[in-house]
Design a binder for this molecule. Structure first.
Ligand SMILES: Nc1ncnc2c1ncn2[C@@H]1O[C@H](COP(=O)(O)OP(=O)(O)O)[C@@H](O)[C@H]1O
Ligand SMILES: [Mg+2]
Length: 254
C-alpha cells in the first residue's frame, strides 16, 4: 500500500519544500521506497533543493499528455524518486491542475510513500494537491499569521474528508514572542507531530542543493525530521543529545 501524503500550508515560505526533500531522504534511510512529486506546478522549486533544476521531461509534459510518467521520474542520489515540474510557467497554460490526481493514482502501488510538495494557500493548485492524496501534513511556523492560515487549511482538509497525518511546527526558536506548542494545539485542535528547530544548517544545505539530512545528519533539524520519519511509519526514534559544538553553534546563531 502506498501512503499518499500532501505537504501543504496556509501561508507561504514556512518550509514545505524543505520538509518534503528531507522527509523523503529520512524515510528512504528506513528502507522505504519513496517518491517526491512537485505539486507546486506554477512555481516549482523542489528541483533547486535537490540539484535537479532543469529536467528534460517533467510533470508538465505528463499532465499535457506529451510524455509517459516513467519518463519523467528521476532517481536522486539519496535513493528516492523525484517527479519534478517544469520551471516555465507558460508550459502550464491551459493545463488543469486536477490532472495531478490521475498522475498520482497511476503511481499508487509503486512506492511505499509518495510525498506531494504543494503550493501554499487555499487556491486551486493547493487543493488539487490535496485532492490527489489521502493524507495531509500541514506545515506552520509558530507565529499567529501562519497558524491562522493553517486553521483555514484544516477546515478545507476536514471538508474534503482527508486525514491529517500531522501538523509540523517549523523554525521553532523558543523565543518568548513565539506561540507555544500548547497555544497552537488549542487553536488548531490537532496534535503537533513535530517541532523542527530553526537551524542554520538548513540554509547551508539548500545552498549546497542537498537535503540537510544528507549534509548534516546530526543537526537539530535533521534529528527532528528523522524522528518524524520514524513516527510516520510507526517506529520509535531515540534522539541523540546535541553535542557541545552543536549547542555552541545554536547559541551563537540564535
Ligand atoms: N528549520 C529551518 N531552519 C532554518 N531555516 C529554514 C528551516 N526551514 C526552512 N528554512 C528556510 O526557509 C526558506 C523557505 O523554505 P521552503 O521550504 O522553500 O518553504 P515553502 O516551500 O513553504 O515555501 C528556505 O529558504 C530555508 O532556508
Ligand atoms: Mg515550496
Amino acid at each position: 500500500m502506498t501512503r499518499l501524503i500532501c505537504v501543504t500550508s496556509g501561508k507561504g515560505g514556512v518550509g514545505k519544500t524543505t520538509l518534503v526533500s528531507n522527509l523523503a531522504s529520512a524515510v528512504t534511510k528506513l528502507d522505504k521506497k519513496v517518491m517526491v512529486i512537485d505539486g507546486n506546478v506554477t512555481t516549482p522549486n523542489i528541483g533547486f533543493h535537490l540539484n535537479m533544476p532543469v529536467a528534460p521531461v517533467t510533470l508538465h509534459d505528463v499532465m499535457r499528455g506529451n510524455a509517459r510518467i516513467r519518463d519523467a521520474v528521476y532517481r536522486h542520489d539519496a535513493g528516492f524518486y523525484v517527479l519534478p515540474a517544469g520551471i516555465s510557467f507558460d508550459e502550464m497554460k491551459g493545463v488543469d491542475p486536477a490532472v495531478l490526481s490521475e498522475v498520482v493514482a497511476n503511481l499508487d502501488g509503486t512506492m511505499d510513500m509518495i510525498l506531494v510538495d504543494s503550493a501554499a494557500g487555499l487556491g486551486r493548485e493547493a487543493q488539487s494537491a490535496m485532492d490527489a492524496t489521502s493524507e495531509i501534513i500541514l506545515v506552520t511556523n509558530p507565529d499567529l499569521p501562519s497558524v491562522a492560515d493553517a486553521l483555514k487549511t484544516i477546515r478545507i482538509v476536514q471538508n474534503k474528508g482527508k486525514k491529517i497525518a500531522g501538523v509540523v511546527l517549523n523554525r521553532v526558536k523558543n523565543h518568548r514572542h513565539e506561540m507555544t506548542k500548547q497555544e497552537i494545539e488549542d487553536m488548531l485542535s490537532v496534535p503537533i507531530a513535530a517541532e523542527i528547530p530553526e537551524d542554520v544548517n538548513v540554509a547551508v544545505s539548500i545552498a549546497a542543493r542537498k537535503p540537510v539530512i544528507q549534509t548534516h545528519p546530526r543537526s537539530p533539524a535533521s534529528e527532528e525530521i528523522t524522528r518524524l520519519a520514524h513516527s510516520l511509519i510507526g517506529l520509535h526514534y531515540q534522539k541523540r543529545n546535541p553535542g557541545i559544538i552543536t549547542r555552541i553553534f545554536s547559541a551563537i546563531f540564535d
